[in-house]
Design a protein around this ligand. Structure first.
Ligand SMILES: [Zn+2]
Ligand SMILES: [Zn+2]
Ligand SMILES: [Zn+2]
Length: 183
């Protein structure tokens, strides 16, 4: 198991004590699960978030989110474009990047730094809640777990050296339970 940790700073830890992450489904859904349901729930959630924030859920924003929801694996920006090109005329990279920025700002998509890829969030958690990403080396799926406490200890440890941590990313690679069973 290897980890990449960039520790949460002032803003990243605001939600620590009030951490909420509604666990409505397993971190790693089983192969053959009802993925249409995951997709529908995530789209509904996005519609609600945009309504609540008076943001426009434009067609391209919806299409990019839908492309990312094609699986529980994160996709690179160019993979998103390839996915979109299956059902529409190929969008310009800048258009896709803008949509990704919007989706990330609104907590609907996470950036997986170590993969340079984007993950549709399948959970309903606070924007600033610290989550750790579990990245399966075999199937490529990424799960999310609450990581407020571990981020706080890492942040504290960094601060004792006089370092001011800023970004909040914890990514852990390994093997998911389904792939271990299949091995
Ligand atoms: Zn699913
Ligand atoms: Zn998430
Ligand atoms: Zn796996």
């Amino acid at each position: 198991m290897t980890g990449i940790a960039e520790i949460a700073g002032e803003t990243g830890l605001n939600g620590l004590d009030g951490y909420r992450m509604t666990v409505t489904r397993p971190t790693f859904p089983a192969p053959g699960h009802d993925h249409d349901r995951c997709t529908a729930d995530a789209i509904n959630h996005a519609v609600q978030v945009c309504e609540r924030r008076a943001q426009k859920f434009t067609p391209i924003r919806r299409q990019v989110l839908q492309a990312l929801l094609s699986s529980h694996r994160p996709l690179g920006a160019y993979e998103v474009i390839e996915e979109l090109a299956k059902s529409m005329s190929r969008p310009a990279p800048i258009t896709v990047y803008r949509a990704l920025d919007f989706l990330m700002e609104n907590g609907l998509v996470h950036r997986i730094e170590s993969r340079n890829a984007f993950l549709a969030c399948a959970h309903d958690h606070d924007d600033n809640a610290m989550v750790a990403f579990l990245i399966c080396d075999r199937c490529g799926s990424v799960g999310e777990i609450p990581a407020g406490r571990v981020a706080q200890s890492l942040s504290d440890a960094a601060r004792t050296t006089g370092f001011t941590p800023k970004l909040s990313v914890v990514e852990i690679t390994g093997t998911c339970a389904h792939c271990q069973k299949a091995a």
